[in-house]
Design a protein around this ligand. Sequence first.
Ligand code: CAA
Length: 380
Amino acid sequence: MNFNLTEEHIMIRDAARDFAQTELLPGVIERDDKQHFPDSLVKKMADLGFMGIMVDPKYGGSGMDTISYVLIMEELSKIDASASVIVSVNNSLVCYGLETYGTEEQKEKYLTKLASGEFVGAFCLSEPEAGSDATSQKTTAIDKGDHYIINGTKNWITSGGRADVYIVIAQTDRDKGSHGINAFIVEKGTTGFHIGPKEDKLGIRGSDTHTLQFNDVKVPKKNRIGVNGSGFRFAMKTLSGGRIGIAAQALGIASGAFELARKYSKERKAFGTEICNHQAIAFKLADMATDIEAARHLVMKAAWDKDQGNNYDYSSAMAKLYASKVAMEHTVEAVQIHGGNGFVKEYHVERLMRDAKITQIYEGTSEIQKIVISRSLLRD
Ligand code: CAA
């Protein structure tokens, strides 16, 4: 067993760290405040290969492994989780899905542009009445021979306002339950496809989240991904990888907050000494560091499972469950260590605390991760 990163992994991590410090840190408070993430920054991430990290270079990707992906996600998320969710959705939910299940024509037409960052992708599964219960899709796609007609509403769609390509999950045969669901590629600007207003969110406020409306949207049959009826399994498999990305995002948020708290505790004085010299603070730091390290091992294990070709449904759910819990609990502790300053935007920890919450909700709530883990444990 080898716990060391390779030289290449260290280089990739350092490049992401450098980018986060020089490009993401300036303006992060303003972007959170204004709920805006400029296209110019997406372009810079694309130039570094962050929009198609694991995609084969023949489709415009960077050809890196999942360990590299989580290293990049952690570094971006330490500074700006709004940036990392754009990267995560594009990589895990859109590029991975297309590369693994798409036709050669779909890969050439869409994946090459998504992986190079010329296009941004969105993944549309959640609905007003189908969040955790993802089989209860109300959005329908009716087979009309050479095309489908899609009708319905999708909620809380990351990059919903800025994407060029949307992967839309819809019910094609209600009687068949999860086997009557398909995934489709819908292009921005298709007639009948409307982007609703941006959500005003607690955290990851820079990333744009929208409700989408599909009114008689005509999609050619060649835009269906995979064989008829495979859409639910496509979504589940894709989300398993997505959960590795969000686990790494949670890890980044936690370690970013920890680093700020550690530094602050060595500068701030109270009762005649730096506050880190009080056990009340030092013990908090010890607990935070221990839990973050444990989360890192789970995240790395899930990434390693994926790279080895092992089943990663279980390890990705565990990594997300634990890392998001650590992110939530320890961003609260980071605010506490900062005292009154923790409540003020310029110290960054209040934003990280707000951002942490979504990691326990999207790509499956913590309760959903427990369903995935327990079913796996109890399967004979
Ligand atoms: N891989 C392959 N197949 C899978 C699978 C997987 N990981 N998980 C389930 N399946 C298959 C099952 O084997 C089953 O097939 P059979 O009928 O042939 O046996 C079929 O799919 C149905 O599975 P279940 O009976 O387990 O389905 P369920 O209704 O009980 O739901 C669930 C399971 C785990 C709760 C699932 O609904 C789920 O994960 N829900 C959460 C959805 C979610 O994560 N949403 C996130 C939205 S996307 C997002 O947040 C993106 C963003 O913006 C950042």
